[in-house]
Design a protein. Sequence first.
Length: 170
Amino acid sequence: MKYDDIVDFHGHSCPGTAIGFKIGEIVIEKFGKSKDEEIVAIVENNSCSIDAIQFMTGCTFGKGNLIFKDYGKHVYTFIDRKTGESIRISLDKSVQELMEKFKAKREELPEKILEMNPYEIFTIKDVKVKPPKEATIYNSLRCAECKELVAEHRARIKNGKIVCIPCFKK
Ligand SMILES: [Zn+2]
Ligand SMILES: [Zn+2]
């Protein structure tokens, strides 16, 4: 896996993609790439780093093995469903601190980050985390108002009719 592939996918090179690339390397070395849902990622932010993580590890939003918690923290937990092994990776230095450390501009940071030993920027711990339930395929129902399809578990009842959440809220 090359960093340039990430830049291609994400659209630009930035501190986030470099941080995500370092995390991806750690995860692939430990668990390998997740073809199905065997590895689960729990990410606690929605920054640029998540694109690198999805691309490299195969933990993706679409497959349901990337879980987003909106905590604004650079914390990333990975769980192997088969072995139950989990690691928690947290970023120790903010982008501002890294800029000061290297006396570098923001656009110079990705290269600096890529050269670093991961233990200089991350705390990596073995943890015990229960994996979430595997993704299920739900039946689709048709919303009585907008006539669009909606997954059964997200459908609502309004005046005795099945509707989608946007129509329910209207
Ligand atoms: Zn970016
Ligand atoms: Zn609707």
